[in-house]
Design a protein around this ligand. Sequence first.
Ligand code: UFG
Length: 339
Amino acid sequence: MKILVTGGAGYIGSHTIIEIMKHTGWEVISIDNFSNSSAAAYDRIRSITGKSIRHYDIDLRDLSATSKVFAENPDIGGIIHFAAFKAVGESVEKPLMYYDNNINSLAHILKCQQQFNVPYLIFSSSCSVYGNLRELPVTENSVLPKAESPYAYTKQIGEVMIADFVNVNPDCKCIALRYFNPVGAHESGMNGELALTRPNNLVPYITQTAIGKLEQLTVFGGNYPTRDGTCVRDYIHVSDIASAHVMALQKLIDEPDFPNYDIINLGTGNGVTVLEAIQAFERESGVSLNYKIGERRPGDVAAIYANNTKAREVLGWVPQYDLDAMMRSAWKWETYLKE
Ligand code: UFG
């Protein structure tokens, strides 16, 4: 079977391609326009797996170019759709850019799925759809509150678009995976998150500070109502996220009676504070991190973590990596980049 991975040069996309190539017989092709990635990711995939993949430098907002890829590959049996913008703060600054890219790209993928009779789709969603829900841990059947950012809203809209689409296209099935905070790197240390600009997310910020690319980490807020005053998040190893995609796709293939649309949380279920994350990093790297407690970051929720019962029960997915392993691999990748 041939699988199309959109955003295949990105952080989670590239790890998922590696997982597919290592553990399945599926052939992978990728579409990526390198808006937040580079073609070097395909070289890293080749170094780790020993194999090259066919890839297209295409913007998914270009429907005719996207359709051409499907026409050229009539044997595509499944799509894993990662390609999207994902920076929360940027989405607040540039909402139309987020709506244009994330919504139109998905609409075109669904059009092609329909036109070319592709039965299966796995969609990248996000825990940001839960906004400021107060009941923790969050479960998939929570009624979603108003999104806190345009980015989060594009994920809420995406989920609704897919539900409406499969409703009238019963031959198409989809699982939306709501990621919590993906971190870490491939255990070889040869693939990881490549922030092309100054990183927004905590773990790249930690590793880049530790290696000296950045001067100091600011912990955003020290007076939240949490056990040490810093925000609580559910960090999940990127390779665990990657393996869940393979399991979700396999589930759709294996079980003809599986619902046409389902939503599954991907998190460890453990809430970790920013200070605990820093301590884990220091323990694993042996580096003492230069950080200070600063102002709160607008838009941050105090605490969010997953109820992951559904992923365990439905997919048989069990996260393999703990927080220390996440930090160890992130540090291995940062030091690999320096070499
Ligand atoms: N943080 C700091 N200092 C930093 C960066 C982050 O203290 O320099 C804190 C944040 O305040 C937050 C935690 O570290 O408490 C994690 O922050 P991230 O920016 O790494 O991630 P978020 O929890 O903000 O997650 C959001 C969305 C996800 C999305 C993710 C990646 O909720 O859906 O950003 O874009 F996937």
